[in-house]
Ligand binder design. Structure first.
Ligand SMILES: Nc1ncnc2c1ncn2[C@@H]1O[C@H](COP(=O)(O)OP(=O)(O)OP(=O)(O)O)[C@@H](O)[C@H]1O
Ligand SMILES: [Mg+2]
Length: 397
């Protein structure tokens, strides 16, 4: 083993290749030593110590105790090193101890959406597959979502999949506002559905739509106050309203020029309001952008969004804007590969869906979709007249 000590860290990836018989456990230990992971204590250099190891069917978990004083962030940069060294997918977690999951197989480079993913009557959408199974995002727990990543890696596909899932699971209770700022090209075709309240395709239309939403928000707030409600999830109200922004940068007053500027200002203020107080009142904001800068992602909006998804980012700084952490810049250049972050980051492969599938399935349930809102029953009868949460969306306009 002595020769390993002489190998400079830089040659590590290559150096591990001849030692094919080496176990992953040994390799990790070796990487700790070569990379000097640990701290100096007097004469000794203390490395993390393996305290437990669990074999699962598709992956192995190694648990290390860390010498006091080793900063946990130090291990972030270490993930690519481990991946290269082991030639396997790796996930790191901290929880007083250092937990390294080493996966036997990589994630699929693509997988198709199908209706078995639907969970009727819930507000959950499948965000993707990771090594342990399919992860769902629950909009009842985390009402808003921030989505970023460079162009052509799957933001719009994720929104489509979200829209389709929510529509099919909650035909009677869901409504959507699309701010489809790439010209209304993607979502304009769904404008005819009773659940789709409006599709705005530029900053002027967006301002109009957001102004209606904010007015409605004020009425809801008043109604909630009158009834002593604090969060919609604890009320009998079933309706949820999704505001989906595809290309938020188009609403940035610092980015757009001329006449649009003041409309953009209004839009950003409205979106901040929605993210700040809308969650408890039944609004859900999904905000996407390929330009992860502070101009394109207003601080107020970002601060109020816990759930983040980033596809591959152009640079570390872009990852920081979306996830508040680095990592998205190191994703492989596979469309649909993303980091989903609630409390911790998880790499997933988002299911792929296309318009053809969505259209076919929607046609199969056309009657249900079209008539979904016609017979909606009031939940309670002493609701205030100025705001009626049970009014069918079709009659609300
Ligand atoms: N989950 C996925 N699985 C497999 N392929 C995908 C997935 N998502 C996207 N792709 C591929 O990448 C292409 C671009 O995806 P999409 O339009 O969603 O990108 P985008 O991030 O919205 O780009 P832009 O920022 O330019 O709008 C799709 O047409 C598809 O071929
Ligand atoms: Mg797009």
């Amino acid at each position: 083993m002595i020769e390993w000590l002489a190998i400079p860290a830089i040659a590590l990836g290559a150096a591990l290749i001849p030692g094919k018989k080496m176990t992953d456990e040994k390799k990790i230990q070796q990487i700790f030593e070569n990379r000097k992971v640990g701290i100096n204590q007097g004469e000794n250099f203390l490395h993390p110590i393996l305290i437990r190891k669990y074999n699962h069917s598709t992956y192995t978990t190694y648990i290390y105790s860390l010498p006091l004083g080793v900063p946990s962030e130090a291990f972030e940069t270490f993930i690519p090193v481990l991946k290269d060294g082991l030639n396997k997918d790796v996930e790191i977690e901290f929880d007083d101890v250092l937990k390294i999951n080493v996966f036997e197989q990589g994630l699929p480079s693509s997988w198709n959406y199908d209706d078995t993913l639907l969970q009727a009557d819930t507000w959950e959408i499948p965000v993707g597959k990771n090594h342990k199974g399919i992860l769902y995002h629950d909009f009842e727990k985390y009402p808003h979502m921030l989505v970023g990543g460079v162009t052509r890696f799957g933001k719009t596909v994720l929104i489509k999949e979200t829209f389709y899932t929510l529509l099919m699971n909650q035909i009677k209770n869901v409504e959507f506002y699309f701010l489809d700022l790439k010209g209304g090209l993607e979502f304009g075709k769904y404008e005819g559905l009773p659940q789709v309240k409006a599709v705005a395709s530029d900053v002027f239309e967006a301002a109009e739509v957001l102004s209606d939403i904010v007015d409605d928000l004020k009425k809801r707030e008043k109604m909630f106050r009158a009834k002593g409600y604090t969060n919609i999830v604890d009320t009998p109200i079933k309706k949820r309203t999704f505001v989906i922004v595809d290309e938020g940068a188009e609403l940035s007053p610092n980015i757009i020029a001329g006449e649009g500027k003041k409309y953009a200002k209004f839009c950003q203020a409205a979106l901040s309001e929605i993210s700040r107080i809308g969650g408890g009142l039944g609004l859900r904001l999904i905000y996407c952008t390929q330009y992860p800068t502070k101009e394109a992602v207003p601080m107020q909006v970002k601060m109020n969004i816990v759930a983040r998804i980033s596809f591959i980012a152009a640079a570390q700084i872009a990852s920081m804007v979306i996830l508040d952490e680095k990592g998205a810049e190191d994703l492989p250049s596979t469309p649909g590969r993303a980091i989903y972050k609630i409390e911790k980051k998880r790499v997933v492969q988002v299911p792929y869906i296309d318009d053809k599938y969505m259209m076919e399935k929607m046609e199969e349930r056309e009657n249900e979709i079209i008539h979904a809102t016609a017979n909606r029953k009031p939940v309670n009868d002493n609701r205030p007249t100025e705001y009626d949460e049970n009014t069918p969306p079709a009659a609300n306009t």
